[in-house]
Design a protein around this ligand. Structure first.
Ligand code: ATP
Ligand code: PH2
Length: 170
């Protein structure tokens, strides 16, 4: 499961470019949500979505490399002064599932599940659309996370944007 976010430039175009780059591995794409900035309030609102991807040959590290490559292609510039600052495209690795279950890692280069996913309505809400009975390893069911604070307050402020489609129908 990967999350996509953009709040600079043509936000929908950045999300579409990410999905196009992931196309060979793509299993499912969520709807698009307009979400208030989390973690650093003084920036434009984001468009967020999540995607399920599958490639038996890819390791968790491969997914991080692919994510970084797509961010760079979309002109992502990191501002060391603003950890949660604005960006053309953010691709995070939320969970990786191996044949024997979820991959768990505390390595700061690649922490799995993503260490802040359980706090982020902008990840959990689109994910629950794709997998209503889904669970975030170590944190429980998506439905429960969405109902409890601190996420519940933020969920009230995320807005589905059915007018914005990443993939054209058919
Ligand atoms: N699950 C993960 N997905 C993506 N990056 C991760 C993950 N775990 C650790 N990292 C590391 O986090 C570092 C910072 O990534 P990035 O600049 O995308 O952070 P951010 O998007 O600003 O914040 P956040 O990770 O909270 O969304 C990367 O160098 C990467 O190695
Ligand atoms: N709503 C929203 N807020 C964010 C996002 C994001 O994708 N959506 N990404 C961030 C990067 O760490 C920081 N804050």
């Amino acid at each position: 499961m990967l999350s996509l976010g953009s709040n600079l430039g043509d936000r929908l175009a950045h999300l579409r470019a990410a999905v196009a780059a992931l196309r060979p591995a793509l299993v499912a794409v969520s709807g698009v949500y307009e979400t208030p900035p989390w973690g650093d309030p003084d920036q434009p609102s984001y468009l967020n979505a999540v995607v399920v991807v599958e490639d038996e040959a890819a390791t968790a590290r491969d997914w991080l490399r692919r994510a970084n490559k797509i961010e760079n292609t979309e002109g992502r510039v990191r501002d060391p002064e603003r950890r949660f600052g604005p960006r053309t495209l953010d691709v995070d690795v939320i969970t990786v599932t191996a044949a024997d279950g979820p991959v768990l890692s505390t390595d700061p280069e690649l922490t799995l599940p993503h260490p802040r996913a359980h706090l982020r309505a902008f990840v959990l809400r689109p994910w629950a659309d794709l997998e209503p009975a889904g669970e975030l390893p170590g944190h429980g069911r998506l439905a429960d996370l969405l109902r409890a604070e601190p996420v519940a307050t933020d969920v009230a402020a995320v807005r589905a944007r059915p007018d914005l489609r990443i993939q054209s129908a058919g």
